[in-house]
Every structure is written in structure tokens, then in C-alpha cells.
Ligand binder design. Structure first.
Ligand SMILES: C[S@@+](CC[C@H](N)C(=O)[O-])C[C@H]1O[C@@H](n2cnc3c(N)ncnc32)[C@H](O)[C@@H]1O
Length: 371
């Protein structure tokens, strides 16, 4: 019997699945679109999918079906706390398992059940557990979409064990204190594919809680979009060696400077001026187009990672009625001076001057000489 392609139609699997918030599954097409840029990295390698129920995960499907084409040495997939009827071994429900696949042994051309070694974890298969870490040590490359709530720990573990990886996370994670130093030092970067708005759709179980950002396809399969999703990796890809084409000349009228960081504001990556040699603040989505030979990353305008030159005493908000309220004392992004207090937005007021706070900006500088 061959392993069936994970699909929401496999109701027998899904029905028994709990509706945990982090149970959302990456679509095969999204995996294929990204993975096609990394083929050369996989030859002779052990790949570990450490947050992947092989019965549900399209990552397992992708790597098992492409095992020979990629020239893999071994594929390991770990399933955290098996929560439904175990298809592989009757009576083993509620136990975490991991699978080992070493390629097509019987010449059928597809991965089959008898070719897959099913092992039981003693504990729950948590990616941080000693058993999972032992598997991690065997691996060359880790690929997964880990639970977002544990992204900091997940990334830190990959770095601690010096692993190559290709994982999905929320783009905002790059401003985490555990992640930002790696991005700045060019040890981690974003992958190739992201939709313009960062919307990647993940399949969710039939009984997942109803939330905004969901859709149902014609077969009744439910999908959830999760913010600004992006691939994080330390595997090289050709996209990060392509120059961004710039066409706007610098004009001080159009590029205001921040009050608390020594840089100009560029609100959209496409507007990066082609002839400005100083520091520019760009949205974090710039990193999806970053070629380290074209721009140098000099910092981030977001406390406490980047150090602002000025701390504002408090933020104020003006409501529709004109009522003012102090909302929080905080200074975590770049500030732009404005003539009047903005309506229905938070702002800083210092000595009769008004400043609005922007979202975190990456601070970059054009390289004059390519490294
Ligand atoms: C966002 S889902 C993605 C599933 C799969 N990787 C995919 O992309 O289709 C994250 C998965 O991690 C599992 N998980 C949650 N906590 C975990 C932990 N501590 N260790 C390992 N896996 C965990 C969840 O059960 C869930 O299936």
C-alpha cells in the first residue's frame, strides 16, 4: 500500500484530530514552489521534519516522493503526541512516533508502508525532547513549519546544533531578539517565495475554531491565512544574489528623516532611491528582496534591538470625539515629526511638537563597492 497524499478529504484522519490552534498544514504547492530553489543542497543529506505528523504533513509527502530525485540519504519525520488512530500500528494511539525512510527499496517508484520504519518515542516527541534532539543531531537539514508560538526556541535550537534549515514563520519574527542578530549578520535570510501581501494559506482541520482570515474551497476544505508568512533559511538561493532594480532619484522633499534614528524614511521598498548613500529605513518586507551584495544591513529601528537617539515620555491617542488619552509609555519604532496631532492615531508630544511612531524599519545602506 502506498502512502496516500495528505488531503483534507481524508476525513478519517481529520475527524479524530483535536482542534488545537497550531494544527495548520502547509500546502504541497507552497512547499514545491520554495523547495525547487534548493535542489543542489539536498544531495546525500539527512532531512529531519521535526514537527510533522507524516500522515498529515505535505513536507513528508514532498520529501518521500522526491527522495531519489533529490538524492537524499535519509528522511526522518517526527510526530508530536500522536493524537488519533495510528494507521501504521494498531493499538499505538496516543503515542508519539517517528518515521525513517531510506528510499525506494522495492522498485515500485513510490514510498510504500513496508519501506518506512515506524518507531515510537518514549516521551511526547516534542522537538526539544532528548529523543528528538538525538534525531536532530543525525540530520543535515531541518525543514518544517513549526508551531509559531515556539518559533524563538525552535530557531535557537537549530542554531545551537549548527543545522541548515528551511522553515516557515511569521515575518515579524525577524524582529525578535533571538532572530534579528542572525539576520543582521547574514547567517539567516528569507526564502524565495512569499506572496505580495505575505498571505500563505494553510489547511486547517474541519473542527478548527472559526476565525477571520479563513476560506473554504469547493470541496469544503478549510484554509486559514496566517499573517505575514515567510520562509526563513540559511541555505543559499539565487534570488538573494539578484539586484533590486531602483528607479527613483533621491529628493529630500519625498524622504523625511526620523527624529530618533539617523536615517531617511523609505515607506516602500520599491521607492528606495537609487542615488542615496546614507542610511535608509525600509519596511521589514524589504528582506524578501535583499541582496547582501547590493545593500548592507546596518541595524533596525526598533527598541531595544536598535538604539534610538531619543526616548519619548509617553504616547497619546486622540479618539473620534477629540478626547485624548495616554496609551503607553513606549518607544519602540522610528518617529516622524508631523505638523498637527494625527486623528485616531497614537503620537508623541514633546514641547508642543508632534511625532508619529512607525512600525519597525530595517536600516540599510547602499554598498559602493560590491564585496
Ligand atoms: C503549524 S503546524 C504545521 C504542521 C506541519 N509541519 C505542516 O507544515 O503541515 C505545527 C505542528 O507542530 C506540532 N507541534 C506543536 N508543538 C510541538 C512541539 N513542542 N514539538 C513538536 N511538534 C509540535 C503541532 O502538533 C503541529 O502539527
Amino acid at each position: 500500500m502506498s502512502i496516500s497524499v495528505p488531503s483534507a478529504k481524508s476525513a478519517s484522519l481529520n475527524a479524530a484530530k483535536s482542534a488545537k490552534a497550531d494544527e495548520f498544514y502547509t500546502q504541497l504547492t507552497d512547499i514545491e514552489k520554495e523547495l525547487k530553489h534548493y535542489k543542489k543542497h539536498f544531495e546525500g543529506k539527512v532531512v529531519y521534519l521535526n514537527c510533522d505528523d507524516p500522515r498529515e504533513s505535505n513536507f513528508f509527502h514532498y520529501f518521500s516522493y522526491n527522495f531519489e530525485r533529490l538524492g537524499l540519504k535519509k528522511l526522518i519525520a517526527a510526530c508530536y503526541k500522536s493524537q488519533d488512530v495510528d494507521l501504521f500500528s494498531a493499538g499505538a494511539a496516543e503515542q508519539a512516533i517517528y518515521l525513517v525512510y531510506e528510499g525506494d527499496k522495492n522498485g515500485s517508484g513510490v514510498p510504500e508502508l513496508e519501506e518506512i520504519g515506524v518507531q515510537h518515542f518514549k516521551a511526547d516527541g516534542d522537538f526539544r525532547s532528548p529523543e528528538s534532539v538525538e534525531l536532530l543531531k543525525q540530520a543535515d537539514i531541518v525543514v518544517s513549519n513549526p508551531p509559531f508560538s515556539l518559533f524563538r526556541e525552535y530557531m535557537s535550537q537549530l542554531i545551537e546544533y549548527d543545522k541548515k534549515f528551511l522553515i516557515i514563520g511569521n515575518m515579524n519574527a525577524l524582529t525578535y531578539k533571538e532572530v534579528w542578530p542572525l539576520i543582521k549578520a547574514s547567517q539567516v535570510w528569507l526564502g524565495v517565495t512569499r506572496t505580495g501581501t505575505g498571505q500563505m494559506w494553510f489547511r486547517v482541520n474541519e473542527d478548527a475554531p472559526v476565525k477571520t482570515g479563513q476560506r473554504v474551497d469547493e470541496d469544503g476544505v478549510r484554509y486559514q491565512t496566517v499573517g505575514n508568512s515567510a520562509w526563513f533559511t540559511n541555505l543559499d538561493n539565487s534570488k538573494r544574489h539578484e539586484d533590486l532594480i531602483l528607479y527613483r532619484p533621491y529628493d529630500p522633499e519625498h524622504y523625511p528623516t526620523y527624529d530618533n534614528y539617523d536615517a531617511i524614511e523609505v515607506s516602500q521598498t520599491v521607492d528606495i532611491p537609487l542615488n542615496y548613500d546614507g542610511v535608509m529605513g525600509v519596511p521589514i518586507t524589504f528582506l524578501g528582496k535583499h541582496n547582501p551584495e547590493q545593500f548592507e544591513i546596518v541595524g533596525i529601528a526598533k527598541a531595544p534591538l536598535g538604539e534610538p537617539s531619543r526616548i519619548y515620555p509617553k504616547q497619546t491617542q486622540v479618539g473620534k470625539t477629540g478626547a485624548r488619552s495616554a496609551v503607553r509609555k513606549l518607544n519602540d519604532g522610528p518617529a516622524l515629526k508631523v505638523k498637527k496631532p494625527p486623528i485616531e492615531k497614537t503620537y508623541y508630544e514633546v514641547d508642543g511638537e508632534y511625532y508619529i511612531q512607525l512600525y519597525a524599519r530595517i536600516l540599510i545602506r547602499r554598498r559602493k563597492v560590491k564585496p
